[in-house]
Design a protein around this ligand. Sequence first.
Ligand SMILES: [Zn+2]
Length: 298
Amino acid sequence: MDKIQLQKLRDLPIEGVAERLGLRVKHHKSLCPFHADSHPSMSYRVKTNTCRCFVCMSQSIGPIDLVMRHLNMEFKDACRWLADEHNIILDEWQPDPTDVAPQPFDASRYEPFFEHPWLNEAARKFLFHERMIDPRVVWWCRLTSWTDRKGVPWLQIPYYNKEGQLVGVQNRNLVKGALPRFRFPPGAECGIYNLPVLNLLKPGEQLFITEGASDCWAMLSAGHKAIAIPSATLLTKKDKELLSQLSSTISFHMYPDQDEPGERLFLQLQQVLPNLQHHQLPKGCKDFSEFFTLRIKD
Ligand SMILES: [Zn+2]
């Protein structure tokens, strides 16, 4: 886990985290889960993003500490829980970029899965009902699914290079809140997602950059051309070169997530792509995916 990701977790709104833990926050107060409380004595301070019970705590704590205490977890597990609950992808869930892959990625083993994509019930529910993804996008991205020996349903997301060769696979656990959330086969290169779309771009056209594959599907479903970047820190030199080459003919656009880390990613990408344009999500929408599903449901 790097500093940026840790900060991302620390920046998660404390009251939202408390609510995910089952505490009912009203007027910045809730019952304290750490002592027998009948009158709300846990106070939340939005400004410092901390909380404190004035009966049983000597100091204020932040989101990670709150999860550690409430779920009785170690620091690392609490971070994973938080990331998982808030759709933050941790480096440890990405293939390790420093890993000098002892095994190269065996594309021939995985290609057949994507030749005849098939979506199980969990995948259909996730893509079409929860995320409102356009079936044509699912087809374009060749999303498929499988169920492992323990009966866990997984969405299988292929990563292709610009030439259309399969270079990596990301497996996403479809059971809500289950860990691990992502799994990668050995040697998988899951850098920029949806690179084949670059072949469809005409000079002067807009290309949106999103933070993860699921935001990318939402952007594509909304009728935009889009790629996803897992995190600015994970961009390889080759990826950066590819992007800056494009920037002479293509205009790059982004709806950063509505939080400090989202803005930071935007600024980091802007160093590679000086013409990257900033779009503002409406108030209350944390990412494009949420904005998109709200707009469709309207
Ligand atoms: Zn207390």
